[in-house]
Write a protein that binds this ligand. Structure first.
Ligand code: ADP
Length: 697
């Protein structure tokens, strides 16, 4: 590397100057610059340099002239002179340069190493004096030619550039014209702003020419409702670099267009805001879509609201309908209660007197007749009961009271009741005593189920067949009662219809009596007692119905003292005490009066009204009271309440005797202090047992 040099760069192109300076300074040279020949000469007059590197074409004084002036001045003869010029060059340029005394002639771009080498070589060269004098005609002509041709080249080049610029400008204008955004620039002059550029598409978008689109127009075109907001955000914007806000601007046709105005502030060298450039974007479509969305959301909300209130209304209707249904059900229950009473009361007389007749001494014919009356009565009773029970299940009124029940007792009752039918059909009916005798059941309901199953076993059987009630192997907690027969059986295809109400399967085509309700009821009743009723059957072989119920602990022997066995004169004779019957039904009065007449040690008093009954109870001090629930002057429940309220009578057991079979009432009455609750028509044995229990209490 050569010694440090002081170099003067002469070029009217500042970029070139900058580039060369960087390169040379990077190689430790000191660099001075001048933008043309005159400035270079002025510099040389006050300072000295080692090398001059000059361009050719420059304003005021070109490089040729500069070289000539340097070379002919004896003071500057030691300075190396290099031409460094653009590509448009010819041999003629080069030779003119050398003739003017240049040391070297470099064409841009020259590789840096070569460039540096040329500088070093030039400093060592013996500098020639100009052999050409521009003032001489020949050189002058040569010089002029070179200059003119260079200027022409420059002109062509400029022309090309201008064309390119024009095309670019046109493209830009075109782009702006068709752009959806309006471009603008505002000069900031103190407190004032002046539109310096507005793209032509403003005419298409707002119907106003670019000349008319000045600040006054803009201020007046902003929607009155948006003016305050726009002004406020602009005051705020002068402190920030960019701002985006949305507002409405009036088209010349009077309609408003929503625009998004995004602008940016440019600052001058002193950091003062000098210009604001920005774009306006037409966002009317977006705003309309937003509005639509908002509206449809509102509509949706309204629809949801109205649907919600419709649903609430519907719900209310449902609640009303449900209330109506409940009250209808209630009325149905009421009706059933009444009907049950109406039907059971005469049945009570038929069966009661029939049973009484059986007790008297009768000849064979008479006793046969009585048996027929009782049989028919029981059938009728069964029909009434089943229809009532089915209705009760339908109205949700089926309730059971679970207590410890002796299965053998119920089985025995069933067998006794069914034996005549079995004999009639030539069927052997037997019961095997139970090992686990005590179960949790509703005694009456269980008997009802057993009666139905046994009755079926007899009905759907062949003469000579059997029906047997027996205990099946049971678990600790359950007892299974099986009613098995070797009757006609049930085909596989019909088995799933067994528990369908009123479906009598193939029995419908026979003369066998039935309602098709028995099994439906039996299953519902068993389930109500927390049990299960299942069936196994083979056509032509027989059927097995199984009732599974929870087992219970055995009660003390005293409890069942009177509970076994059937109505016997002996039992009646053992009864001792005073009994008051409060009952308005004449037939029942007669029946019970005759029954207790059979009891020599019983004092029996009757009353046909509630008030009268209470009075007689006070006077007569009975040991037990039999009370009907339907009385002419007051309800049996009220009589019970009053009697229990009297200190002298509070311990007297009161047995409710009613034709109303609704057992939810029975629970209420037992809670109110009743001793027992018997439903008419009762098996007299139950009544005697109840009275016996009451008297022995
Ligand atoms: P039904 O009043 O007709 O006896 P159930 O509900 O008690 O009504 O019985 C329904 C039907 O099931 C009967 O009609 C009969 O066809 C059939 N069935 C019931 N028990 C037996 C049985 N032990 N053997 C054969 N078929 C039976």
């Amino acid at each position: 590397m050569g010694a440090l040099l002081k170099i003067l760069l002469v070029d009217d192109n500042r970029t070139n100057l900058k580039l060369l300076r960087v390169i040379l300074e990077a190689h430790d040279h000191v660099v001075k610059t001048a933008i043309d020949g005159l400035e270079a000469l002025a510099f040389l007059n006050s300072d000295s340099v080692d090398v001059i590197i000059s361009d050719i074409l420059m304003p005021r004084m070109d490089g040729y002239r500069l070289c000539y002036e340097v070379r002919r001045n004896p003071l500057w003869q030691d300075i190396a002179f290099i031409f460094y010029t653009s590509t448009y060059t010819s041999k003629a340029d080069e030779s003119l340069c050398f003739n003017l005394g240049a040391d070297d002639y470099l064409v841009k771009p020259t590789p840096i190493a070569e460039f540096l080498e040329a500088i070093e070589d030039a400093t060592k060269a013996v500098h020639r004096k100009p052999i050409a004098d521009p003032s001489l005609n020949d050189v002058w002509r040569q010089y002029s030619e070179r200059l003119i041709s260079k200027l022409e080249e420059k002109y062509d080049e400029l022309q090309d550039k201008t064309d390119e610029l024009n095309i670019a400008h046109e493209q830009l204008i075109n782009l702006l014209e068709h752009s959806p955004a309006i471009n603008y620039a505002l000069r900031i002059e103190g407190q004032h702003r002046r539109a310096s550029l507005v793209s032509g598409n403003i005419e298409r978008i707002f119907g106003i020419s670019t000349e008319d689109a000045n600040m006054d127009w803009w201020t007046s075109a902003i929607h009155p409702e948006d003016r305050e907001r726009v002004a406020a955000s602009q005051r705020f914007a002068s402190d920030q670099l960019s701002l985006t806000h949305e507002y409405r601007v009036r088209h010349v046709n009077g309609t408003y267009i929503w625009i998004e105005d995004s602008s940016r502030i440019l600052r001058n060298a002193d950091g003062e805001p000098s210009e604001l450039i920005g774009v306006w974007l037409d966002i009317t479509g977006r705003k309309e879509a937003e509005e639509k969305l908002r509206n449809s959301l509102e509509t949706l909300e309204q629809r949801v609201q109205s649907r919600t209130s419709e649903l609430a209304e519907l719900n209310l209707d449902l609640v009303r309908a449900r209330e109506a249904a409940v009250s209808e059900n209630h009325s149905k229950s009421e009706f059933l209660s009444r009907m049950s009473h109406e039907l059971r009361t005469p049945m009570n007389s038929i069966l009661g007197f029939g049973q009484l007749l059986e007790l008297t001494r009768l000849d064979q014919d008479q006793s046969d007749s009585v048996r027929h009356i009782l049989k028919a009565g029981r059938h009728l009773l069964r029909l009434i009961n089943e229809v009532l029970e089915i209705s009760r299940i339908e109205t949700g009124n089926l309730t059971v009271s679970l207590e410890t029940v002796d299965v053998d007792e119920v089985v025995e009752e069933t067998v006794t009741l069914m034996r005549p039918a079995a004999q009639e059909g030539g069927i052997t009916l037997t019961a095997v005593p139970f090992v686990n005798r005590h179960i949790k059941a509703d005694r009456q309901r269980l008997r009802q189920v057993l009666l139905n199953l046994v009755s079926n076993g007899i009905k759907y059987n062949n003469p000579g067949g059997f029906v047997k009630i027996q205990e099946l192997t049971t678990t600790d907690s359950n007892v299974t009662i099986e009613v098995v027969d070797n009757g006609i059986g049930i085909s596989v295809s019909m088995r799933n219809r067994l528990f369908t109400p009123f479906d009598r399967l193939s029995a419908a085509e026979t003369t066998i009596e039935g309602t098709g309700l028995g099994l439906t009821l039996s299953r519902a009743l068993t389930q109500a007692m927390d049990g299960e009723l299942t069936v196994e059957s083979t056509q032509g072989v027989g059927s097995s119905f199984k009732i599974t119920l929870s087992s219970a602990d055995s009660p003390s022997p005293a409890d069942s003292l009177f509970s076994r066995g059937f109505l016997e004169r002996k039992l009646l004779e053992q009864l001792t005490g005073k009994i008051l019957l409060i009952e308005d039904n004449a037939m029942n009065l007669k029946l019970l009066t005759r029954l207790f007449r059979e009891c020599p040690a019983i004092q029996f008093v009757t009353a046909i009204e509630g008030r009268e009954g209470i009075q007689k109870a006070i006077e007569f001090r009975p040991d037990a009271i039999l009370l009907d629930l339907h009385l002419p002057d007051m309800s049996g429940a009220d009589v019970l309440k009053e009697l229990k309220g009297l200190t002298e009578l509070e311990d007297v057991p009161i047995i409710i005797v009613t034709a109303d079979a609704f057992s939810n009432q029975s629970r209420k009455l037992i809670e109110a202090g009743a001793f027992r609750y018997l439903t008419k028509p009762f098996v007299l044995n139950d009544l005697i047992n109840a009275v016996s229990d009451a008297l022995n209490k």
